[in-house]
Design a protein around this ligand. Sequence first.
Ligand code: UDP
Length: 500
Amino acid sequence: KQTKGTHITMPSKSCELHLVLIPLFCPGHQIPMVDMGRLLAQHGVTVTIVTTPLNAIRFRTLIDKDIASGSRIRLLRLRFPCIEAGLPERCENLDVLPSRLLSRNFMDAIGMLQQPIEQFMEETKPEPSCIISDRNLPWTFDVAQKFKIPRLAFDGTSCFTVVCSHLITLSKVHETVSDDQEPFVVPGLPDRIELTKAQLPEELNPGPLGSKNMREHMRVSDMGSYGLVVNSFEELEAKYIEEYKKAKGDKIWCIGPLSNCNKGKPDMAQRGNDIVSIDETRCLHWLDSWPENSVVYASLGTLSCVQPIQLIELAIGLESSKRPFIWVIREGYKSNEFKKWVHQENFEERIKGKGLLIHGWAPQLLILSHKSIGGFLTHCGWNSVIEGISAGLPMITWPVLADQFFNERLVVSVLRIGEKVGSEIGMKWGEEEKYGVMVKKEQVVEAIDKVMGGEMMRKRAIEVAVLANKAFGNSGSSYLNVNRLIEDIKQISGKKLAEA
Ligand code: UDP
């Protein structure tokens, strides 16, 4: 077994290894998995990323560039069975679903890819050595079993969240509270972490669209999986990695921040979606016009169905903060209603010179890395958090759903590099309409002031960023973990060959 800090040389015949990556088709899961594929291929192994024609368009430019520079990475483009699963045509990604009520159809459609994936695995060379799959696709464990290869799970979240979730499941502490909003302390953690039932993800507090069968299938696949790959780095959450090992064994590889594999402005600008909704040069030019650490970047992620009335409150909060800001507002869910308000109120004119709205897709990595950005108002999706960490940014935290309240606790209570805006209740898929204004404009202004003016918080954020970039660099902990992961799979493959 390798120990931390040992120098490991690259496996000599690592190119014989073939890793098949199966992402969940939504930005927060697909983007880090594409980064992961690119990273693993840079370490000399063959990588196939399973995708669909419309998803491939989002990232093929970067993959083509990698291929041209010698990486053994390729895309398996499978037709997405929209019609068969009862989805409208071209709905190949969760972020374009017209309604959350179609989420199950969407998961069914991904499930239908099992057969073509198996066919590919039978025919392809070199023979697949391992599947790295999104944890939300439990059937990929059955595929791995069929081909007698390991399946590693990727959850797209922090180790902190995995451990919190595990301990809450074990202790059932959330079932002891009488009220959804009564705080409880997560037992057995190295830090005192308080949450309420209303803030738990669907796995622990199912909403109307939750599926018991799916959760059970995931539990069984998790148990059978060979290990967990995490988009984090050891120095960030060492105590929680230890807790994970105590609870589940030592097959865990923190190989992030994965976004760091996008080096240089073109990669950063194109990552996640080739088609950004703002001219890159205009965006950079705008950012260049502000002093260092003065601009707030705000984004509530790619899936959050925040009501227009809440977006209006946020709009006024940002405007009242009297700080320059860039705000990316996702297209789709009721975005036309919000745009109508923007138009009626002449909002873009009102904020001209001070605020920049991006309707659609922003080159987030590029923006975060700009020196004029001084704070990140984030919904605490894990990718955004780890990207903010890597950029050395203190955060204004506004969790909306899923694992985001856990991630907020890590940022605010453990790392102390963020301030809560005051979002207290998690939204459930299918119940979006129930939520009105949960956070007031005054709360937005107050949190922005604290973060933008908090020098100690900024100092800590920069210290954590130094650790992040060191971890990802040559011979850093994440770099070594990639090598360990490859070595580990190589050993299993070697054994399989010897037994054959
Ligand atoms: N992202 C981006 N531009 C956008 C919106 C999102 O580049 O306009 C990227 C962001 O950098 C992150 C991912 O999309 O890598 C979103 O993942 P996250 O976990 O932060 O949130 P989710 O959208 O899954 O809730």
